[in-house]
Design a protein around this ligand. Structure first.
Ligand code: 0L1
Ligand code: MG
Length: 253
C-alpha cells in the first residue's frame, strides 16, 4: 500500500472504529513509516485540528515487553485529543482503548536537537494517555505503529508545576506513580521507568522530532504498562510531588 493510501486507511479506521489487520501494510522502514504518520496527521490538521505537542512511545521496559518491541518512537498530539482534567471522555467511538500514566512537560522556550532540555522546560504535570491502536488486537510491526501515530487517541494533563517548586528537574528522576481505575490500584511504578529519567525523554524528543517550539506539550512516555479502558470508569493517576489527574469515561450505551 502506498503511504497516502495507508494514511487514509488508518484515518478511516480511527473515524469509523474499524481496525485494520496488522502485519499486512508492507511497510519495512521507519523513514517510510514516519512519512505515513505525517500524511495521517496532515489529514487531521486539514480538518481544523491544531498541533499541541509530541508524544514518545516505548520509553519503558514494561511497555517494550508488553508490545514486543525495543525502539523509541514518537507521534504527534493535537487539540482534538486533549481531555480536560476531571472531564468526561467518550470512548464509544474508539476501537479498544487502553490508558497509561505519564509525565508531561510544557516548553517555555524552543528546544533544538542537542539543546539543554532543562533550560527549555516551563512546567511539568502528571498526565494520562489514552492509546487506541487502529490495528486489530494491538498487533502491529514497529513501522506500522509509527504510521498509526503511535496509537495516539487522547490525553489529559494535571496541574502544572514549575521546576523551581520541585527544587529543580532532577527531582523527577524517581517519583512514585499510581494508576487507579474506580479507586482500585491498576498499576504502580516510578518515573525512573521512563528512560531512567523523564528528562531524557525530552532530549530524545528534540532529537527525533525537534526543533520543538515554545508551548509544546511533550508526553514523555508511560511509567507502567497500559491497561484496558472500559466505559463508565473513573481513572486517576498520581505522580508523587506533581499531584493527580483524572478522567471518567462515558457510560456504555
Ligand atoms: O504511548 C505509547 O507508549 C505508544 C504506544 C504505541 C504502541 C501501543 O499501542 O501500545
Ligand atoms: Mg504513551
Amino acid at each position: 500500500m502506498n503511504p497516502t493510501a495507508l494514511a487514509e486507511a488508518l484515518d478511516t479506521a480511527a473515524r469509523e472504529a474499524r481496525p485494520l489487520p496488522g502485519g499486512g501494510s508492507g511497510l519495512t522502514g521507519t523513514a517510510e513509516a514516519y512519512a505515513v504518520q505525517e500524511a495521517l496527521v496532515a489529514r487531521r490538521l486539514a480538518r481544523g485540528e491544531r498541533p499541541t505537542g509530541v508524544k514518545l512511545g516505548f520509553t519503558s521496559l514494561a511497555k517494550m515487553r508488553q508490545m514486543g518491541v525495543a525502539d523509541l518512537i514518537h507521534g504527534r498530539l493535537t487539540d482534538r485529543m486533549e481531555i480536560p482534567d476531571g472531564g468526561r471522555y467518550d470512548v464509544s467511538g474508539l476501537i479498544h482503548p487502553r490508558i497509561e500514566p505519564e509525565v508531561a512537560f510544557l516548553l517555555g522556550a524552543e528546544l533544538a536537537p542537542g539543546g539543554d532540555p532543562a533550560a527549555a522546560v516551563a512546567a511539568v504535570a502528571p498526565a494520562l494517555e489514552v492509546i487506541d491502536s487502529r490495528y486489530d488486537g494491538f498487533r502491529f510491526s514497529l513501522p506500522e505503529v509509527i504510521a498509526d501515530n503511535t496509537s495516539a487517541a487522547g490525553y489529559a494533563l494535571g496541574p502544572w508545576t514549575a521546576p523551581a517548586a520541585l527544587g529543580g528537574l532532577r527531582a523527577l528522576a524517581n517519583l512514585g506513580v499510581l494508576l487507579e481505575l474506580d479507586g482500585r490500584t491498576a498499576e504502580t511504578g516510578s518515573t525512573a521507568a521512563i528512560l531512567g529519567d523523564p528528562l531524557r525523554a525530552l532530549a530524545a524528543a528534540a532529537r527525533l522530532a525537534g526543533p520543538l517550539p515554545a508551548g509544546t506539550v511533550l508526553l514523555a512516555g508511560a511509567a507502567t504498562a497500559a491497561v484496558p479502558l472500559p466505559p463508565g470508569t473513573h481513572v486517576r493517576a498520581v505522580v508523587a510531588r506533581l499531584g493527580a489527574v483524572r478522567l471518567t469515561t462515558g457510560e456504555a450505551a
